[in-house]
Structure formats: C-alpha cells, structure tokens
Design a protein around this ligand. Structure first.
Ligand code: ATP
Ligand code: MG
Length: 113
C-alpha cells in the first residue's frame, strides 16, 4: 500500500477530482495547506529582494491506494493539476504499512479497497 500526497493549486481541485473520478479513485482527504517550492513562494517575475520564504495557499490531497492503483492515481493527479507553469505542485509517494477500517476491524488491502 502507498500513501500518495499531492500538493496542488487550490483552483485545480475540480480538475483533479474529475481526473481521479475517471480513474475510478473516489477515496481521498483534502486539507488546506501553505507551502513554498524552489521559487521560495515567489512568482518567477518577482523583482524585489527576498528576506524570507513566502508561503502560498495549496491543497494537500491524500490518497491511500493499493499497489496496482499507484500509477493510475499519479497520472490522474498530473492530468488534473498540470498547467506547465511554476507552482503546479508536487506528488510524494510514501510507503503505507497499515490501514484499518474502524467499523469492521478489517486490515490491509481489504480495508483500503
Ligand atoms: N521539497 C519539498 N518539501 C516539502 N514540500 C514541498 C517540497 N517541494 C514542494 N513542496 C510543496 O509543494 C508545493 C508546490 O511546489 P511547487 O510546484 O512550487 O514545486 P517546485 O519544486 O517549486 O516546482 P516548480 O518549479 O514547477 O514550481 C509547495 O508550495 C510546497 O507546499
Ligand atoms: Mg515552485
């Protein structure tokens, strides 16, 4: 199992949700976040002197998936979130050792699925 964590531009959420839906991925958690990447949170044409990082609003989309859904989920996030401009976001893929459905006590793939 993997936990896919994507930081995306907030206005791309509808496109990302649609692409995930098309890939039959329906389970997700979306959290408000602030962050900065390699531009330190400034746009490419920023001309002032930088004193500190600038944290911009992002959404953190978390999706726990079985191994066979990892690539299709990543592709769907890219399809929905990519514009080709800086700040499009980033996807982290983490090992997920366990998942437990509280209602039934089921564990692992079956609890995730
Ligand atoms: N190395 C990192 N560690 C933690 N969070 C990160 C990292 N890189 C990016 N992020 C998160 O992802 C968000 C989007 O990053 P962003 O798309 O600007 O990445 P980038 O590496 O600067 O790429 P680009 O040059 O396309 O802008 C950031 O606001 C931050 O929340
Ligand atoms: Mg950036």
């Amino acid at each position: 199992m993997k936990l896919i964590v994507a930081l995306i531009q907030p206005h791309k959420l509808p496109d990302v949700k649609k692409a995930l839906y098309d890939a039959e991925v329906y389970k997700m958690t979306v959290v408000n976040a602030v962050g900065s990447g390699q531009q330190k949170g400034y746009s490419e044409d920023y001309l002032g002197s930088i004193q500190e990082v600038n944290l911009r609003k992002k959404l953190r989309v978390e999706i726990a998936v079985n191994e066979e859904s990892v690539e299709s989920t990543i592709k769907a996030i890219i399809k929905g979130a990519q514009t080709g401009r800086i700040g499009d976001g980033k996807i982290f893929v983490l090992e997920l050792p366990q998942c437990i459905r509280i209602r039934t006590g089921e564990r692992g793939d079956i609890a995730l699925g």
